[in-house]
Design a protein around this ligand. Sequence first.
Ligand code: GLC
Length: 481
Amino acid sequence: MQNDELQGQLRRLIDGVMNGKMSRREAIRRATVLGISAPVAASLIRSGVAMAQSTPEATALAPGHSIVVPEGLRTDLAGQRISVVLADASSPSVPFSDAAHARFTEVTGIEINSIPGEQSTTDRLAIYNQQFAAQSSDIDVVQIDVIHPGILAQHAFDLAPALSEQASMHFQAIVENNTVNGALIAMPWFTDAGLFWYRTDLLEKYGLSVPMTWSEFETAAQTIQEGERSSNPDFYGFVFQGNAYEGLTCNGLEWQYSNGGGRIVEDVEGTPTVTLNNEAAIASFERARSWVGNIAPEGVTTYQEPDSLNVFQAGNAAFLRNWPYVWATTQVEGSPVNGLVDVGSIPMGEGEGASHAATLGGWQLMVSKYSQATDAAVEYVKYMTSPEIQKAKAIENSNLPTIASVYDDADVAAASEFIPRLKEVFQGGAVARPSSVTSFLYNDVSIAYFTGLNQVLTGQAEAAAAVEDITSQIEDIISEL
Ligand code: GLC
C-alpha cells in the first residue's frame, strides 16, 4: 500500500473514532490489518484523536473529501459547458455533487452548470417531459428514476457505443432496465431500497426487540409513543411518505407485497394483468389507514421523504420508512439522533405469502438527445457513474452503489457499515414497481394508485372500494398497451 493511501486509511479510522462510529479498539484492529503493528497503531490513533480534538475544525470533513478522480478522462473538451439536472436544491447530496463537479472541471476543463431538479420524482418527470417536448438543447444531462426509462427513452442519447464496457461492471438487472430497444438510454448511478429505520435507544428503554411483523411493529410504536409523550407531546411512533406522489406508491407496494398482496400489475402468461384487487392488499391498506392520527401524525398524508426524515432526525419518531441516504444524514456529528439509529427490513404480515419487502428505487444519468455537447455530457456521465465516484458517494451520501465490488470496499464499510450488512436486501431482494410491464404508461398507473391510496389514508375512501376503483382505472390505462 502506498504511503498516502495508508495515511488516508488511518485518517478515516481516526474520523470513525471521532464521530463515534467505531471504538478505539476496532480502529486499532483495523489498523493492524493494514500492516501496522498493534502498539504503533494504538499510539497513532491516540495521537490522531488527540490532535483532532484540539483542532475541532479539522474534524469536519469537507464535502468531496473521499473523491478519487478516475484516470483517463478526456482533456480535449476543455472549455465546453454542460447543464445537468440532479437533486433538488435542499437535498443533502448537493454539497457532494458540487465537490464532484469541481474536481471534474479541474481535471477535464469541462464546466458544469448545475440546475436543481424537483424534489418529487412525479413532478420531476412532468418537468422533464415539458423540456424534452420543446427539444431544447439547454439541458445536457438529467438524473432519471429507475421507473422512467420506458417513458424517457425517446429523448435519450444512446450511451452504448461509448459506455457499454463500463456498463458491464454494473448490476446487469439495472443495465437491462436502462436498455430500451437495444439502446443504453442511461447509466446506473445509485440504487435504492425501502428500509426500516429505528431508534435503538428507545427499543432498549422500553425492553422491545426490533419488530419483524406488522403486529409487533404496531405494539412497539404504540408503547414507545405512549411512554415518550409524557415528556414530548410531539412524539410519534412512525413516519413514512403518505403524500399523493410516487413515494406513496413505493410505501403502498411494500405494505401489500409484505402482506402477500402482490405487485399491483403483473405479467400473467405474457399479459399485463392488474392483480391489486385481493384481500391481502386491501387488508394492508386498512392497516396503514389505522396508523394515521394514531401511531403516525395526521399530517403524514402530506409527507414526502424530507418531511418524514425531519421528524425522525429531530428525535420525534421511533420508526421511519425511508431510503438508504438516511444513514449519512442521521449518523453524523451534530445530529440529535447520532449513534441512536439502526436499520433493517420493513416488517411483514403473518398470512400466506407474506414476506419482507423493500421497494426497488434508484437513479440513472441520461444524456439528452437534444444536447449539443454530447461528448462532454458522456464524459461527465462516465465520471459520475465510475467506481471511484460511486465509492465516494456511498461514503459521503450513503447511496448504494450499482457496482458489486464497491459494496465490499473497506472504506465504504467504515463510513456506512449498513451497506455491506444489508447487501442481500439490495442485491436481488428488492421488489420492483410494475414499470417494465406497463412501460410508457407506468406513470399513469402510479398516479391512479397513489391517488386512490392517499384517499384511503385520509379517510375519504374505504380500502375495498378504493382498490376496486384503482383496479378499473389501471385496467383502462393499460388497455392501450
Ligand atoms: C427514491 C427512489 C426512487 C423513488 C422515489 C420516490 O428517490 O430512489 O426510485 O421513485 O424515492 O419518492
